[in-house]
Design a protein around this ligand. Structure first.
Ligand code: HEC
Length: 165
């Protein structure tokens, strides 16, 4: 009886796993691009508060959204085989992001993002504006650290105009 339950349990797990594996690349890319836009929108919300009138409750909320995404794991957005394809537009993920040889470096940039996002969320609740400002700088550096290595430069993707004759 116990064994039978185990077998049923395993096959449920397996089918859940294969359902994930069957996720269409364009859906994965769309989800990834949408997630980064949600992150960016909340970064913008925090920046607006730091640049202008500082409303603590808005900053706490925005940082909490970013923290939740960070803790859910950016790695889950980087499904193998999704460096090429169209989500909302052509993916800007570099092939290097999915190369197992780079997994240590990817983990490093992802972990750094998580750590700084959690620290940011904490400081928005207990810190003053200056403390949040300083941590916000550290947090934003984690975007660049990953983009520099693993995101196609959006300007480079645009073909250079033909030289004027
Ligand atoms: C671990 C790597 C990593 C980190 C950290 C990261 N990004 Fe990105 N980001 C990417 C990749 C890869 C793409 C390209 C996604 C695609 O087009 O498939 C991207 C795309 C984007 C986009 C474009 C989304 C679109 O519409 O295509 C924005 C905006 C963005 N990131 C903002 C940020 C901000 C802001 C941060 C920091 C708060 C950040 N990212 C942190 C890897 C990262």
């Amino acid at each position: 009886m116990k064994i039978k339950h185990l077998v049923i349990g395993c096959s449920v797990l397996l089918s859940a796993h294969s359902a994930m594996a069957q996720q269409k690349p364009e859906d994965v890319i769309r989800n990834r691009q949408a997630t980064f836009n949600v992150i960016a929108a909340n970064v913008g919300r925090i920046k607006a508060n730091l640049d202008g009138d500082y409303k603590k409750d808005q900053v706490v909320k925005a940082a909490a959204v970013i923290q939740a995404i960070a803790n859910a794991g950016l790695n889950s957005l980087f499904v193998a085989g999704t460096d090429k394809g169209v989500g909302y537009h052509e993916s800007q993920a570099k092939a290097e992001l999915f190369d197992p040889a780079n997994s240590k470096k990817v983990d490093e940039v992802v972990d750094n993002f998580n750590e700084q996002a959690n620290q940011l969320a904490l400081l928005t609740t207990i810190g003053d504006k200056a403390a949040v400002q300083a941590q916000f700088g550290k947090f934003r550096a984690t975007c660049k650290a990953c983009h520099d290595s693993f995101r196609v430069d959006s300007t480079a993707a645009t073909p250079a105009p033909a030289p004027a004759k």
